[in-house]
Design a protein around this ligand. Sequence first.
Ligand code: ZN
Length: 301
Amino acid sequence: VAAMAEGFATCALCVKGYLRPQRRFATDPYTAESIFLCACSGCAALSLSPQPSPQYIADQYAGYFQRRSPDTRIKVPAFLWMLRRLGISLSGKRVLDAGAGEGNLVRAINLAAPTARVTAVEPLWKPELADDLEVEVIAEPFERFIAHYAGARFDVVFLLDFIEHLQAPRNAIVELAARLLKPGGQLVVTTPNSDAASRRLFGRMWPQYKVEHLFYYSRASLRAIGDAAGLTTVSLRTHQKRLPIEYLLNVGGSFGPPLLQRGVRWLNKLVPRPVQRLSITARYGEWLWVASKVPVSETGL
Ligand SMILES: [Zn+2]
């Protein structure tokens, strides 16, 4: 920590505060460097510094989706529930899902709004998981997609459990808003909430802490990014999710702090199957941020 403290880096989210190391987070096996969890003196968001090497992050993603529930479609009802609560009409709209994973949000959009035209960006896309979907798939990293796809204009962009993985999220969202979002278009973001009560409660065992989660956002950091991107925040609140117990036990037993994983795997053996099929509505330490690109006519310009 002393070595880090000599050179304070500027926060990549608010670009005003500086990073204060909180604790050693991990040791990168490829560079042998210590990675620190740092808090911003300005916006209070957390970030990993230095960022893990590409090889270390790639290791975390190896078999990423396979480590989850054997039935990947278990999340579709949860996304349908979220879409109903969001109340954003997707019918006939051009929709982007960045970080589409196994395609469960795409599946939910296909069901909820069959006339929506969906584009999914996912470098790890597995066609066999989603060959029955109505979707245009771009199997490349998001940053490259933004650079190549400057002509596309989307009505609604979903970045769900995604921006915490980006190496330069502020720049990506600024570019996205400028080049890919239609005037009046909406951005829907879910991401770990560094202000969450669960973070204080769990301490180092907070399930959101992962090597591949490079950023943990505070309210102020999302506001700062929204301002930089010219977005107007429609709502910024703690995200309520409705998830099957089976899914929670599966994810908790495969990701996050190792001690927590062991505890959850033990719990998985104890909880009977019928109980595991039930869903729990709760706050899981995340933000739900909805922001809109205000049309030029409404800004008075
Ligand atoms: Zn900051």
